[in-house]
Structures are given as C-alpha cells and as structure tokens.
Design a binder for this molecule. Structure first.
Ligand code: ATP
Length: 356
C-alpha cells in the first residue's frame, strides 16, 4: 500500500464570526488507516468532516483527499469520499436493491454496471440477504449495513462514517467491526466517529482526540497509551483495612510531590498515580511491607482509550475556560496535564487519572 497521505489537513481552521469551531487542525492518514475521530459534543468533528466532504469552506488552512483540494475540487472530492451520516432518512415503499439502485443512479454509475456493483456492496457489507426487503422494515442494525453499502457504491477511496456502531447490539457491533476491518484491508482509508470508545479502540489503528476545536492527541493507539503511561495508575489492596492510613502516609512520603494518593479505608485499597519507574515503585512496595503492612494485591491499572479521552477532556475542563495552546504535533501524541474538576467513567469519578 502507498505511504502517500490519502487525507491531509494543514492548519485547517473554521470560524463562525468570532467563534473558532476548528483551530489549526493538521493531520495525515495513509491508505488503509482507520482513524478514530473522537471528542466531546461541539469539539469540531462535524466541522472537520463537512470541510473534508466539500460541504463547508475552511476560513484558513487546507484539506486534501488523494491530493485533491477539498475546497476547490469539490466534484472530484465527492467521487473520492463516501460519507455515511448517523441518520438513515425515510424511504417508503422501496426495497433495498431499489434503494441502492436509486443512489447508484445518483452517483452516475452506468445502468449496465449498477446491478453488479450493488451485488458487490451487498456482499461486502453482509447484507445480500436483505436485498428484496423493504427498507422501512429493516432493523436499525440492518439499516446501518445498507447505509454502508450505499456509501461504497461509487468505490470511494475514503470512507467517513459517523457513529456506525450507534444503537447496534453486541453481535451487530462485532459484524460492523469486521466489515470496517475488511474495508481497510481492501485499501480504503476510514475516518470513524464514535462515542463508544472501547468499540472504537478495537477497530481503529490511529486516534485523534479533539476538544474545543483543537487537536489534543494524535497517533497510533500504542503511541497514545505510551504517552498515558508516563503517569501510571497503581492499585494496592491491603489485608487489613486498619493499615490504609499508615500505608497511604508512607506512599505520600515516598512519591513525587505531584503524584496523587487516594486511600479508601472502606475497601482496604489505595490507588495512586505516579511518574515513577518500575524500580522505584518496587522499592516503595518493599518499604511498605517491611513496615508490617500486609499487601494482598499490587497491580498497575491498565489504561485504555476511554482513560486517554477522559484525561484530555478533564484537562480542558480544568482550565481557565480559555483555550490552552495545542500540545500535539504529528505523529507523537501530546497531552496536557493539569488540575482538573473531574469527569465520570462507568459511574465512577475520575480526578487526576484516579477513579474514586
Ligand atoms: P457532536 O459530537 O455534538 O456532533 P462536533 O464535534 O461534531 O459535536 P461541531 O458540530 O463540529 O461539533 O461543532 C463545533 C462547534 O461549532 C460547536 O460549538 C458548534 O456550536 C459550532 N458550530 C457548528 N456549526 C455552526 C454554525 N453553522 N454556526 C455557528 N456555530 C456553529
């Protein structure tokens, strides 16, 4: 596969009046890459997508797809990109094949080729068995597949999928994931937005996190997790709850001043986040046990994409309200660390990387 960027944005900026919806976004994606494009509501994802598909003009900066300028070569761009929005639309009295034929005609696929192309797209998306069903009678998961088949009809190089896993049951999610991976294997470059981060982490190889119009992290999942691991989250479970205060005090003495310690006497646990190395952490543990504190369990809490997302959004929430300077340059991810107000994950409160 080619290593030329298929998608490239340079300092892409969109303003609505004085409001900066997208601020100097620079990213590149190669053929076959799957980008998980994530950010809280209002972060600038749709703004970026609209510019890429030629529906909106940037205030400054440029965006290119396969070397074509998204602002100037709009006709070509529409041929190069397949965009699947998160709404299906209403199509009464239309069977799946008729629906795809309708869009195939709109894409100006010659009639003689259309039936074959529709069959191919139905096959790729695992929806061939639906071809004679009425569109309005399909389940949500079935509609998602047909929508994807529609997006593929004109054989675009790039697919932009808005929340493709939204509302799908676990089995349908697995199947959607397999379809997306198959499309990547076929050489398509994908941008996928989703708020279901564990699902996204399974399918994407690259992640971009945007908040308040700015790119905060960009890189492979490995790069992002490595960056996150610069502050590790450790958990100690003690045999005796009565030892929690003593052990927490010993940890505070030994850890760096900006490391955080969160003891819980009720559960007999202490969670701390630290930038210390393996050897230092092992020494600290030895010190605690030598002081007579019985340790039942000691482990590093694995971090995931959701943690990365929460860390980034927490940092933004904890700021002064003004937009801090972007910290990212491709490909190495950069995260700002700072005091935060906290956010929620799985019903647990997260502050400074520590869930309570
Ligand atoms: P969501 O996850 O909710 O879809 P998003 O990341 O897609 O959010 P955008 O739709 O790109 O966010 O919006 C980014 C910001 O730009 C928001 O604050 C939004 O209110 C603002 N915005 C978007 N379109 C316009 C517009 N036409 N006029 C003024 N402001 C706009």
């Amino acid at each position: 596969m080619s290593h030329e960027p298929v998608i490239h944005t340079h300092e892409l900026t969109k303003k609505y009046g004085d409001f900066v919806a997208l601020d100097s976004l620079t990213i590149s994606l190669e053929q076959g890459q799957i980008l998980g494009f994530i950010g809280p509501n209002g972060a600038g994802k749709t703004t970026t997508i609209k510019i890429l598909v030629g529906l909106s003009r940037p205030t400054s900066g440029q965006a290119f797809v396969a070397g074509r300028n998204c602002e100037k070569d709009v006709r070509e761009i529409k041929r190069l990109i397949g965009y699947m929005p998160d709404v299906f639309g209403v199509y009464d009295n239309m069977r799946v094949r008729e629906y795809l034929d309708f869009f195939g005609a709109a894409f100006k696929i010659p009639r003689a080729l259309r039936a074959k192309r529709i069959d191919e797209c139905l096959e790729i998306t695992g929806s061939a068995y639906m071809s004679d069903r009425y569109v309005e009678a399909l389940s949500h998961g079935m509609k998602q597949r047909v929508a994807l088949a529609r997006t593929l009809l004109h054989d675009p190089k790039v697919l932009i999928l808005d929340e493709p896993a939204n509302g799908l049951d676990p089995q349908a999610r697995i199947e959607m994931r397999e379809v997306l991976l198959r499309l990547s294997d076929m050489g398509k470059t994908l941008i996928v937005t989703s708020h279901i981060l564990p699902e996204l982490a399974r399918v994407c190889d690259t992640v971009a996190i945007v908040t308040q119009g700015r790119l905060r992290m960009f890189g492979t999942l490995d790069q992002i997790m490595k960056q996150m691991r610069q502050r590790r989250l450790m958990e100690i479970v003690l045999v005796r709850q009565a030892d929690v205060a003593k052990a927490a005090a010993m940890l505070r003495d030994r850890l760096y001043s900006n490391d955080e310690v969160k003891p819980s006497e009720a559960s007999g646990e202490i969670v701390f986040s630290t930038g210390m190395e393996d050897g230092q952490i092992a020494e600290m543990l030895a010190g605690i046990t030598a002081a007579g504190v019985a340790v039942l369990q000691f482990r590093e809490v694995p971090l995931d994409l959701e943690d990365a997302f929460l860390e980034v959004t927490r940092t933004q929430l904890g700021g002064s309200g003004e937009r801090p300077a972007a910290t990212q340059t491709s490909p190495a991810p950069g995260v700002e660390h700072g005091a935060g107000t906290g956010s929620h994950k799985n019903g647990r409160h997260v502050t400074g990387g520590i869930r309570t």
